[in-house]
Design a protein around this ligand. Structure first.
Ligand code: FAD
Length: 394
């Protein structure tokens, strides 16, 4: 929140300037409410220089006090069992590289219930240390409880880097923590590296037209989120065991405002599954209509996979936005990817070109999708899919 010193004379200039209506006059002095976004618009209009942003006056941090690359490990429910979401292993693999370059420890941070079940796996993916917070109250994800636990750990151990998966939970949690710690957060990074001791966070900017390198040289920890399937998992190092630091952190009172009674998988959206599915069947504008997408659903079901879509198909309302594959959607690295009626624009192919086997179905033999395909079928997608389903049935 904006800081207001005793030199405020209550002239009210800041009140009329604040775009968020967060300032008011109380007893002849300016007072800020929780709506303050610290945009700083009021600072320059104050004739008494009574307003300041906390960072502006804050002393530069002693960066040498911050050590360690941390990865927040998300435990997910695939509809049957609780397990570590694979993106956690991808981040540990990348984190290992960063920690080695910095000469610091790689630490996994896991919050939940019975999390000791995952210690061996986390160790095998390179963690030197595991910070665990395990209690029945943490069984279901709760924003306030998890944020409080992580903030407590970060303030106690001072990591230099904290990485989050760019999942629903990671996207909900990380900005709460960064704003509480008053540090930056780079969302949806596609590259991470170390330069002169700083984390270089690479991400597409301006609608994906440029790649921006972002660094936070003055504050710690440096925080970033990364989408699933952007980094590759390292092979596991069997027998490796990390040091475990178990912490007991009581759930704050206000976390009880939200109580999760049960969780259910959304049968419509496949977003959770899309980035982890072994088979992805995707459709584009060439599928023409919802009927075309029904064929894709049937094929995906028969192959034990999930259905994705190109942006054109999303724009036509055939699938929800969460199911978009590509630069501004999900990145998939499935064993099999079947692209039906998709032209193969670069914004689509960057999200699927690392799949093991890609099959393209397109009526245009010169469609660019065939440049990334192992197998190509030229013809009407609906007819080919109908015949394939018939054969699978047999
Ligand atoms: C900043 C930015 C970000 C973007 N992000 C994404 C993204 O994340 N994901 C994404 O997908 N796109 C993205 N796009 C859009 C992308 O550029 C393309 O416009 C989009 O991928 C095209 O979708 P499409 O291939 O389904 O449609 P089209 O390009 O229209 O292609 C349709 C294809 O279907 C074929 N076809 C037609 N009828 C049939 C038939 N009966 N049987 C078989 N084939 C048939 C045609 O030959 C054609 O090749 C982005 C664009 C921008 C500018």
């Amino acid at each position: 929140m904006i800081q207001i010193s005793a030199s405020c004379v209550g002239c009210g200039k800041c009140v009329s300037t604040c775009p968020f209506g967060a300032l008011s006059l109380v007893n002849g002095k300016a007072v800020a409410s929780a709506a303050c976004s610290m945009c700083g618009a009021c600072v320059s209009v104050c004739p008494m220089k009574a307003l300041s942003l906390p960072a502006a006056g804050a002393a530069k941090k002693d960066l040498s006090a911050y050590k360690g690359v941390w990865v927040f490990i998300e435990v997910g429910n695939d509809g049957r069992t609780q397990k570590v979401r694979p993106v956690g292993f991808e981040l540990l693999s990348k984190g290992r590289e960063l920690a080695d370059q910095l000469g610091e420890e790689l630490c996994a941070v896991i919050i939940g219930n019975h999390v000791q079940n995952y210690f061996a796996e986390l160790s095998q993916y390179g963690a030197d240390k595991i910070y665990s917070v395990s209690a029945p109250e943490y069984h279901f994800y709760n924003t306030l409880a998890y944020a409080n636990a992580l903030i407590t750990l970060i303030k106690k151990y001072n990591p230099s880097v904290v990485l989050f998966p760019s999942t629903y939970i990671g996207r909900d949690l990380s900005p709460r923590i960064s704003s509480e710690l008053f540090v930056g957060l780079t969302a949806d990074c596609t590259g991470l590296s170390i330069k002169e001791g700083n984390l270089i966070q690479t991400r597409p900017a301006f609608g994906g037209n440029i790649l921006a390198d972002i660094k936070c040289p003055d504050y710690r920890p440096q925080m970033a989120t990364v989408r699933p399937n952007v980094f590759k998992k390292n092979p596991i190092a069997a027998g490796r065991m990390a040091q475990v630091v178990e912490e007991t952190i009581p759930v704050p009172f206000d976390a009880g405002k939200v109580r999760v009674i049960e969780t259910q998988m959304d049968p419509v959206s496949t977003a959770q599954k899309l980035d982890e599915a072994p088979v992805v069947v995707s459709g584009g504008r060439g599928m023409k209509d919802k009927e075309g997408f029904y064929l894709l659903e049937r094929l995906a079901q028969a192959l034990g996979g999930a259905v994705g879509a190109s942006r054109a198909a999303i724009d036509m309302g055939f699938k929800p936005k969460e199911d978009q594959v590509g630069q501004s959607g999900v990145t998939v690295t499935s064993k099999l990817y079947i692209a039906c009626g998709i032209s193969g624009a670069v914004q689509h192919t960057v999200g699927m070109e690392h799949c093991e086997v890609i099959i393209g179905i397109n009526k245009d033999a010169n469609a660019p999708i065939f440049n990334v395909c192992k197998y190509g079928l030229v013809g009407d997608a609906k007819q080919i899919l109908a015949k394939t389903l018939e054969q699978l049935k047999k």
